[in-house]
Design a protein around this ligand. Sequence first.
Ligand code: ATP
Length: 309
Amino acid sequence: MDTVTRNAYAKVNLGLDIVGIREDGYHLVKMVMQTVELHDVLSFKKAEGREVVLRISDKSTLPDLADVPTDGRNLIVKAAERMRQRYGITEGVEITLEKHIPMAAGMAGGSTDCAAALRGMTELFGLPCTEEELAETGVALGADVPYCLTGGTALSQGIGEVLTELSPMPGCGMIVVKPGFGASTKEVYGAYDSLDPAGIDHPDIDGMVNALEKGDLSGVLQRLGNVLEDVTAALHPEIHRIEEILIECGAAAAIMTGSGPTVFGIIPEGQDAAAKDEMKRRTEEILREEGIPAAVYVTRVYDPQEVSG
Ligand code: ATP
């Protein structure tokens, strides 16, 4: 095969809890991860020479494309280099990235591109690697990469590498608000570590897993929770206001994903495309009026298994 194309789907956290800290300082998590339809597109082509070359496609829609590294700092390049070394590939590869997922947003943009690059290289060069080997290569590049290799609805534990497949989230739409300001993951976790443990309000992850098992969407929505939200919101009070705006505009519930600053709202069932567009328009209007710079996206839950049959 000379060319391969793969979609790299973003994720949101329906639930995020921190349950401990490892000796090396990594946080032990308990997170409910959910793939969404919003995705980047990666194309891989064998090339002359011995290099990995990454280009950004002009079909990309991300406004801050200049911030996407195309050298060895990009997880796509790292993944392709690792696979070349591990499997003794001598040919070069040219990769094109069509970037749509907002960056530094808590949507695993880099990790999902990395996972798609591991799969793309496997397919392009017909490599004999097992799922375990892919996950092992992936976790060395980023804690969320093993999850991104399979996606769907999953419980993520350990530092993110211990994965349990969950019953799929009932289908629903989402409206995603990525504020113009960034939230440093390091700063957010640092601020979390200095909290008094007695005062921390932990989300009910087990209850959410049970609600998913029953296919009970309202049970899931009641338990949306992110232990980092108050920490990030203390640094950026706009986060809570964005949630209120989403509810005012018709979302059934709203929550921050990852370490933020992105917030997403759940769109109630039965809303057609025009109603979703109107929700997006109103959200953008209120954000603009209140001087909160942000990009707004409409997406929905994505179940990779349903698509692959
Ligand atoms: P997570 O949800 O895993 O915390 P994130 O949404 O916070 O991820 P990313 O979008 O992955 O963050 O980007 C964080 C940084 O990673 C970027 O600022 C960028 O320099 C770097 N990076 C490396 N590879 C990529 C990639 N393929 N796409 C976007 N950013 C990348």
